[in-house]
Design a protein around this ligand. Structure first.
Ligand code: 2P0
Length: 357
């Protein structure tokens, strides 16, 4: 039990409480791949918080006459009941109940929507869990006193219990999750903002190329599990932590020549872990590789500092500073969109995290 976030003296209410929060997705530069119970990462990770790929969540807390054993909730997503979302949410509420025991006194009605396309392969667990955690902590703040700083950490802490990467969607422009000796206040249980960065990285662009919108063959949950008996697991965790040590001074100085190889190595090492798992799997598609080759050729011939990263899927995140957005936009339209499903992409940029709306 993490004592910092144990429930404080709570004043229950008989009023209905209603709140709405939105949270963005995030894109990891240093990847989290491998964890132990209870949702503790096996290496530290670092991400850009995004702005446009957002989940908006509205929660209504209705007092119950008699408390229940488990949390009573309903879930509607984009106007429809979603029974398929219940198991994940049931697991989430079981995990967070020790930290928010007052929840059994309420019926919790959740309605949620995303601003990015359905089944686009853009991870929605990060934004959805962060938005829900923001609503839950907002309610807690009505019932007890919780400082502004603790509030943000608790949102990250609860979001993490829903989905590890969700811990990093709470603040911006960059968040680090996982204890790391180069970040004094870092923790395994919640993410912290990384603020000592060059202005170049505070408005970085991320164009997400929708290469394959189909359902992934292997879930991240299974991918994480396969790291337990992975031959290269220990080296991978060490390497990710070393990459984080290496990238922090680069983020401070704005050295793009140092930034690019670390980011691209992390993406390829993540996928190398998938390809060398037992059982092995490949989430990249032929067009993922085509796009990577085009980015390398374009960077080599023009010197424009554009690079890629990958999530656990086939889509490619094209990363570049805002100062070169115009020419990169032309390059993306003419050379990369032909490799996307229906020429689809999502233009995004670095953002600030959760927001009441
Ligand atoms: C990340 N990913 O750092 C890595 C890189 C995907 C590739 O975190 O099981 O949905 O909910 O903790 O956070 C995806 O895994 O997994 C992920 P759970 P999550 O963003």
């Amino acid at each position: 039990m993490e004592q910092r976030f144990a429930a404080q003296s709570i004043q229950q209410t008989t009023d209905v409480f209603h709140t709405r929060w939105q949270a963005p997705s995030n894109i990891a530069l240093i990847k989290y791949w491998g964890k132990k119970a209870p949702q503790i990462p096996l290496n530290a990770s670092l991400s850009f918080t995004l702005s446009n790929a957002i989940t908006q969540t509205e929660v209504r807390f209705l007092p119950l006459k008699t408390p229940t054993k488990t949390v009573t909730f309903s879930i509607r997503f984009e106007g429809e009941e979603k029974p398929e979302f219940r198991p994940k949410l049931e697991g989430f509420f079981t995990q967070i109940l020790p930290y928010q025991p007052f929840l059994i006194h309420y019926q919790i009605d959740i309605t949620s929507q995303n601003t990015f396309p359905h089944s686009s392969g853009i991870a929605s667990s990060a934004s959805s869990m962060a938005a829900l955690a923001a609503c839950l902590v907002d309610f807690e703040a009505q019932l007890s006193s919780i400082s502004a700083e603790d509030r943000l950490s608790k949102i990250s802490f609860l979001a993490r219990l829903g989905s590890g990467s969700a811990s990093r969607s709470v603040q911006g422009p960059m968040m680090a999750w996982g204890k790391h000796n180069a970040l004094a206040t870092s923790a395994d249980e919640w993410a912290i903002p990384v603020t000592d960065i060059h202005p170049l990285f505070t408005d970085f662009c991320d164009t997400i190329l929708l290469i394959d919108k189909g359902q992934k063959q292997v879930s991240s949950t299974l991918g994480h599990k396969l790291m337990h008996k992975h031959s290269y697991a220990a080296q991978r965790f060490e390497q990710a932590n070393a990459h984080l040590t290496e990238v922090l001074p680069i983020l401070r100085s704005g050295d793009l020549d140092g930034f690019i190889p670390i980011v691209e190595k992390e993406a390829l090492h993540l996928h190398a872990m998938m390809m060398t798992s037992d059982p092995y799997f490949i989430l990249m598609k032929p067009n993922t590789l085509q796009v990577i080759e085009c980015i390398w050729a374009y960077r080599k011939s023009t010197g424009v500092p554009v690079c890629f990263t990958l999530d656990a899927g086939a889509n490619v995140h094209v990363l570049y500073p805002k100062a070169v957005a115009k020419e990169v936009g032309v390059f993306i339209n003419s050379e990369l969109l032909p490799f996307c499903e229906n020429r689809q992409c999502v233009h995004d940029y670095v953002g600030t995290g959760i927001k009441k709306y």
